[in-house]
Design a protein around this ligand. Structure first.
Ligand code: ADP
Length: 320
């Protein structure tokens, strides 16, 4: 649905997007992570045609965005909704009027607007705030209004620029649940720009990490967190596992698909007779999937036995 290849963008002499290659499929929720200044928002603005790019290709539904005329761009943007960290609502207008605005600009009939706004208010669970002004709403409610407004023209794509960064954790969770519901029920493809790890883990299926305008890692969210590329450590500000031991061998047991049985470690002890110590263990949730991963420490002489056991059981492992 969105194909980006060898994309380059400069502001003056500074290259802010450098050889970006990304493919976003229909109904993906694609996370774009990176520290401030990495180029995430610039890439998002290239996707909706608000910014042009210098080299490479950016196609949405097979159409090269750079080649669109001003008039075509207007029609193209109808297909791409956007929400922001600061909600961008008009303070003097009511919730109803804010949501109705894009349809009014496009000259829809009043009855059609009325039907659509009420349907969207129901979707974002704000029907009781229909006549409220933004200053009477909480941050989470304001973002719900912004989401409804972004959906009025039936876009196929929703771009979310740090949409939950100004919200507290419980409100963030409710907005993320709403985004997943919209993705599932309306089949909308989403690109989620964020610096919050929990956001990508909760809603995204695929992700990419940008650093200084370069795309340093991309793939399934769980694979990125399990493979721990250096750029992820940079983003987290620390190494993910500093729990290694001084003696023996540390073996990391990896579960990518939630298929690992809870009894694996006790089977290991029973079947091999090897005594291990648990160095690190953790469960992580990715969307609806829970993955359990461990690091165990064993003696050098037990290594062959343990590795044979893990290989026989088709369990992925690596020396930590
Ligand atoms: P992020 O969204 O990851 O924080 P941005 O895409 O906003 O990063 O910015 C990437 C880089 O481009 C930064 O160095 C920023 O200063 C620069 N930049 C962004 N917009 C402009 C602009 N309109 N003119 C000049 N430089 C810009």
């Amino acid at each position: 649905m969105i194909e980006i290849s060898n994309l380059q963008k400069c502001y003056g002499d500074t290259k802010v997007l450098n050889d970006i290659n990304v493919e976003i499929k229909k109904q993906d929720i694609y996370g774009l992570l990176g520290v401030s200044g990495a180029g995430k928002s610039t890439l998002l603005r290239c996707i909706n045609g608000l910014e042009s790019y210098d080299e490479g290709s950016l196609k949405v539904n097979g159409v090269e965005v750079k080649d669109l005329s001003e008039n075509e761009l207007r029609g193209f943007r109808k297909n791409v909704g956007m929400i922001f960290q600061n909600f961008s609502l008009l303070e003097r207008k009511t919730v109803y009027q804010n949501i109705a605005l894009p349809m009014e600009c496009w000259g829809y009939k009043k009855s059609e607007i009325d039907k659509k706004v009420k349907k969207l208010l129901d979707l974002v669970e704000l029907s009781d705030k229909i006549n409220s002004k933004p200053n009477e709403l909480s941050g989470g409610q304001k973002q719900r209004v912004a989401i409804a407004r972004a959906l009025t023209l039936d876009p196929q794509i929703l771009l979310c620029d740090e949409a939950t960064s100004a919200l507290d954790p419980s409100i963030t969770n409710s907005i993320l649940s709403l985004l997943r519901k919209i993705n599932k029920e309306l089949g909308i493809t989403m690109v989620v720009v964020t610096h919050q790890m929990n956001v990508v883990k909760q809603v995204c299926n695929e992700m990419a990490i940008l650093s200084k305008g370069k795309l340093e890692a991309k793939g399934r969210v769980e694979d990125i967190f399990l493979d721990k590329p250096d750029v992820l450590d940079e983003l987290l500000g620390h190494s993910q596992h500093s729990f290694t031991s001084d003696n023996g061998i540390d073996i990391e047991i990896i579960d990518r698909n939630g298929s690992q049985k809870g009894s694996l470690l006790s089977s290991l002890a029973i079947e091999t007779g090897v005594q291990y110590s648990l160095v690190w263990g953790g469960m992580d949730k990715y969307r609806d999937k829970v993955l359990s991963n461990f690091i165990i420490n064993i003696k050098e002489e037990d290594k062959i036995n343990v590795i044979k056991f893990l290989n026989d059981k088709n369990v992925e492992w690596r020396e930590a």
